[in-house]
Design a protein around this ligand. Structure first.
Ligand code: 0X9
Ligand code: ZN
Ligand code: ZN
Length: 419
């Protein structure tokens, strides 16, 4: 009888996310050393036998730079044989992707139900958390609905800051733009919890929320997030239907109006970096962009939380040209990642998106920057590929604690450099 009850729960909670979509898939890390290697990698990724684990455009793959590929189970032995034949050395990062995914859902199923910030939470839990935390802290937090997702869910924004009666400068921060990057919403929740916990104390965060407001969207891409819990753990995009294609969704971080769909984007609706039919076609993107446009006079910094890569990025990503305050941004990023590292020694790299990661247009950071928000950063949280998007829950607390130091550093700097 207990077994039956448990089985019922498993089905209810996990849906078919444990459908064996990734059984036997491996993640390989390899570095092309010559043109033959590059050609081989382009070919396999065009056939769909292997896919860049991190969504670079395949045309940007170069020699001397390690690349991670997810290789479909059916092709693992073929591809390994080919790699050996052409002398392309590789390392196996993940033996069986499905096992990693199932381990994560197993832990979620068997833990207690109390709300804790060291666990991943599904959308129903996060949604009711936004209501509770606002209701319990009326002097500090208010909850707004800034729009609806394609499937009709609310997109919430928590305004976190002491009520002073006069308008305050603000820092905008969003999480959960990409569905599968679960550590990101976990961080936004952690941040709000920390603001509540330290409220009225002599902490750096308290000084910040006294003088400024944080405008926090815990999950931007709500439909995608739900889908990553119920159907496909590795879903990235929105869930909007595409005209003339059975493939679903647009990459929200290719859909902003920043040199939209020029580089590092795809016009193919089946691609994980599909830019959408036009800029701001996605309701979630439109909601975020409208909110920022309507509050652009108070928003002094834009932060967007992603994973994974351990990087602090700033504009531009759509061009190799430097931002006008490139020096200042680089300094800020350097100090922020140094603060982050001071806690557990976690190493982050930093730089403009195009030089430190890849050329990609349509991103929210570049768009906010070109709107006039001169402090604009994308954080790529832990790790560097061992677990990737499947970062274990045991790493939520240390990841969030160290990231708080970087965010506090940036916020304090912005507060001292209002414009
Ligand atoms: O490619 C992205 O959208 C981000 N990386 S992720 O692995 N989380 O998907 C990086 C965004 C950097 N900024 C821009 N491309 N504008
Ligand atoms: Zn990468
Ligand atoms: Zn992302």
């Amino acid at each position: 009888m207990h077994t039956l009850l448990l089985l019922g729960l498993i089905v209810a909670v996990a849906g078919s996310a444990s459908a064996e979509l990734y059984e036997g898939d491996k993640v390989l890390r390899l570095t092309a050393e010559n043109d033959l290697h590059l050609q081989f990698l382009r070919n396999v990724s065009h056939t769909g036998k292997a896919e860049l684990w991190h969504p670079h455009s395949i045309d940007l793959v170069t020699t001397e730079k390690a690349m991670d590929f997810r290789v479909a189970a059916d092709w693992v032995s073929d591809i390994q044989a080919e790699l050996e034949k052409i002398g392309l050395k590789y390392e196996i990062l993940t033996e069986n992707l499905q096992i990693l995914i199932e381990n994560q859902f197993d832990r979620i199923r068997t833990r207690s139900f109390s709300y804790d910030y060291s666990s991943y939470h599904n959308w129903d839990q996060i949604e009711s958390w936004t209501a509770t935390i606002a209701k319990e802290n009326p002097n500090l937090i208010s909850r707004l609905v800034i729009g609806q997702s394609y499937e009709g869910r609310n997109i919430y924004l928590l305004q976190v800051g002491k009520r002073t009666g006069s308008p305050k400068p603000a820092i905008f921060m969003d999480c959960g733009t990409h569905a599968r990057e679960w550590i990101s919403p976990a961080f936004c929740q952690w941040f709000v919890k920390e603001a509540v916990r330290t409220y009225g104390t002599r902490s750096p965060l308290n000084s910040i929320v006294n003088e400024m407001d944080f405008l926090v969207i815990p999950v931007v891409n709500v439909d995608g997030y739900v889908y990553s819990w119920t159907e496909d753990r590795l879903w990235r995009k929105t869930r909007s239907k595409n005209f003339n294609s059975d493939c679903v969704g647009t990459d929200p971080n290719r859909n902003f109006n920043a040199e939209w769909c020029t580089s590092g984007s795809s016009r193919n609706p089946c691609s994980s970096i599909y830019c959408g039919p036009y800029a701001e076609s996605e309701k979630e993107v439109k909601a975020v962009a409208d909110f920022i446009r309507n509050h652009s006079s108070v928003i002094k910094a834009y932060l967007t939380i992603h994973s994974y890569a351990q990087k602090c990025l700033f504009p531009y990503s759509y061009t190799y040209s430097l931002a006008f305050n490139d020096n200042e941004l680089a300094n800020l990023a350097q100090n922020a990642v140094q603060a982050l590292k001071s806690l557990y020694g976690t190493e982050y790299t930093f730089g403009s998106g195009s030089s430190s990661m890849y050329l990609a247009s349509g991103g929210s950071d570049d768009w906010a920057y070109d709107l006039g928000i001169k402090y604009s950063f994308t954080f790529e949280l832990r790790d560097t590929g061992k677990y990737g998007f499947l970062l274990p829950e045991t790493q939520i607390r240390p990841t969030c604690e160290e990231t708080m130091l970087a965010i506090n550093y940036i916020a304090t700097y912005v507060l001292n450099h209002l414009y």
